[in-house]
Design a protein around this ligand. Structure first.
Ligand SMILES: Nc1nc(=O)c2c([nH]1)NC[C@@H]1CN(c3ccc(C(=O)N[C@@H](CCC(=O)O)C(=O)O)cc3)C=[N+]21
Length: 293
């Protein structure tokens, strides 16, 4: 039997259709959510992602604010754009596309962002709130993984999840999300220093592969019936995307999130969720202030 597909495209489309209704409701109250992006440099992949985000915004009725700088931009020039987006009332949420050029202090840029406008969930304040179980924007790819599993009825509560990777945008925060009471998974985090990765993988009910190592997850390392999510992105000599999961895994697993077509579209959908929720929070705070005053 071949695995069923965790269909990120279809799930993202359903999320977007729900958001379209919520955006219309905000507009009725005089609020138009707007997503800002700052792209530094002209990497074609990064440009492609950023353009995709603005296409998504147009689909659900969110406004777009696009800012670009050349790859020779200085720390100060980047920070000036961040300050401008912080102050810009049309921009209710924004992202600084990563990675930034060599020599730029990325954490300083992220810390300068208004946390109320953090659409990526990667601001230190947002990550701190996640640790503290407070509400706030969630990191897009990790939350995309959770929503993709939920949408397909894959049991998370009590499951043993093995995450491979410890990058800031994905690997580090997935255990924080999945071990919340609302998810109740048990999580093992593996990385390049893990001694016997295969032994850990064979225990997993759910594998989240975010290492960026081509075909790292082999069929013989997967427990029959497991769910395997491919979040790894590398490129072959022709520039085609190659994931972390060997194609043969489809013959062993019960569920597979392919790459492309799995978690990627969910990342983009969650970005829109964060923008809409930030606008909803701001609207609720404004209404509270009005009644209090
Ligand atoms: N501040 C910031 N936030 C990010 O969220 C961010 C970033 N920087 N830098 C780069 C990574 C990468 N990323 C992807 C988003 C969507 C797809 C996606 O939709 N992929 C499609 C198509 C893939 C293709 O064909 O190229 C798919 O998986 O089906 C992929 C990758 C967001 N990132």
């Amino acid at each position: 039997m071949t695995a069923q597909i965790l269909d990120g495209k279809a799930t993202a489309a359903a999320i977007k259709s729900d958001l379209t209704v919520r955006v219309a409701a905000l507009k009725d109250r005089g609020i138009t959510p707007g997503l800002g992006t700052l792209l530094v440099g002209d990497d074609p992949g990064s440009r492609w992602y950023v353009n995709g985000k603005h296409r998504d915004c147009a689909e659900v009725g969110i406004g777009s604010i696009q800012r670009e700088l050349p790859d020779t931009a200085t720390q100060e020039e980047i920070e000036d754009v961040v300050r401008e987006l912080n102050a810009n009332p049309e921009c209710t949420g924004y992202i600084v596309q990563l990675p930034l050029p060599k020599g730029i202090d990325t954490n300083r840029v992220l810390e300068l962002m208004d946390p109320a406008k953090d659409a990526d969930g990667l601001h230190p304040m947002s990550l701190g709130r996640l640790v503290l179980n407070e509400t706030g924007p969630l990191p897009c790819t990790p939350q995309g993984v959770v929503q993709l599993l939920r949408a397909h009825g894959v049991e998370i509560a009590g499951a043993h999840v093995v995450v491979v990777g410890r990058g800031v945008t994905i690997g580090r925060s997935i255990p924080l999300l999945l071990t919340r009471k609302s998810e109740n998974a048990t999580v093992t985090q593996c990385h390049t220093g893990t001694r016997d990765l295969s032994a850990h993988l064979r225990q997993a009910d759910i594998i989240v592969a975010a290492a960026g190592v081509q075909h790292l997850i082999k069929p013989e390392d997967v427990k029959p019936g497991a769910a395997v999510l491919d979040v790894g992105v590398s490129r072959d000599e022709n520039g085609k995307i190659v994931g972390d999961v060997h194609p043969g895994v489809r013959e062993v697993a019960a569920w597979v999130a392919p790459n492309p077509g799995g978690v990627g579209p969910m990342t983009r959908a969650q970005l829109l969720v964060n923008v809409v929720e930030a606008a909803e929070r701001a609207a609720a705070e404004a209404a509270d202030a009005a009644t209090a005053g």
